[in-house]
Design a protein around this ligand. Structure first.
Ligand code: IPE
Ligand code: IPE
Ligand code: MG
Length: 250
């Protein structure tokens, strides 16, 4: 099935502006097939291409993909090396497509912890796509929600200590302005594949009012068709933000 055919009854005005995805289950996908975990990560990269294409076709503004967490540094060195190699391969192969398709690459997390060659390709693709104003492909790399909050607190505290910021001036908007995502809207929809009912240190502040969707599908099997079905489910939901149903704007 082609994603264009199946998205016909999606209401364009009710689409999420920002979709965030915890791409989980690559290892289990490989294990089920008696393959090395790395093969699961390779297949996972193909799934990324399909979802990026669908987001672009649907004119979704931001797609954030959790690709590597601060906790993932604790995995075996061989798996980390393979993941970094795949990331480099993916960005090298996709540079042209991203440029041509008006997609802007952004990164949240601690890119400075990544190997030098990965940092270099990130710089290159970010530079090449910087002027693109279509979909933002936001990769969470060496990302941890708690680290992000610690860094935010440190920056704000330093400003307060230097006397350039009064503690009374600290409000939600100021906090949001000191996070990695300062220039992005909060996610409207967060999807996790592979059935785990947890957020694993992902976007702790930004997910406050996101709609959550967990699918048992393992990430390498996650298709544009299933993504569109989730978007349809999202469109049926009522987002109340603490108000009573259908309360008029005040
Ligand atoms: C997600 O798949 C990819 C990363 C976390 C980098 P996993 O590697 O976590 O796969 P499972 O959870 O072991 O199946
Ligand atoms: C979350 O998946 C991180 C990424 C998808 C990059 P994990 O597989 O690392 O999460 P846990 O360990 O199951 O919580
Ligand atoms: Mg996992």
């Amino acid at each position: 099935m082609n994603s264009k055919a199946s998205n016909a009854d999606l209401a364009p005005e009710g689409l999420p502006r920002h979709v965030a995805i915890i791409m989980d289950g690559n290892g289990r996908w490989a294990k089920k097939r008696l393959l090395n975990r790395v093969r699961g990560h390779e297949k996972g990269a193909d799934a990324v291409r399909g979802i990026v294409r669908t987001c672009r076709e649907l004119k979704i503004q931001v797609l954030t993909l959790y690709a590597f967490s601060t906790e993932n540094w604790q995995r075996p060195a061989s798996e980390i090396k393979a993941l970094m190699g795949l990331l480099k391969k993916f960005l090298t192969e996709e540079e042209q497509q991203l440029t041509k398709n008006n997609i802007r690459l952004e990164v949240i997390g601690q890119p400075q912890r990544l190997p030098d060659d990965v940092q270099a390709i990130i710089r290159q693709v970010r530079g090449a796509t910087a002027a693109n104003d279509g979909l933002v492909l936001n990769l969470a790399l060496s990302y941890g929600g708690r680290t992000e909050i610690v860094e935010m607190v440190r920056t704000i505290a330093a400003k307060a200590a230097a006397g350039t910021l009064q503690p009374e001036a600290i409000d939600e908007a100021l906090v949001a302005d000191h996070l990695y995502t300062r220039h992005l809207p909060d996610p409207d929809l967060m999807i996790r594949t592979s059935g785990e009912m947890r957020i694993s240190n992902f976007l702790l502040w930004q997910l406050a009012y996101a709609e959550l969707f967990v699918t048992p599908t393992l990430w390498p099997d996650f298709s544009p068709e299933e993504f569109i079905a989730i978007l349809k489910d999202y469109q049926q939901r009522e987002r109340r933000f603490g108000k009573v149903p259908a309360q008029p704007e005040s």
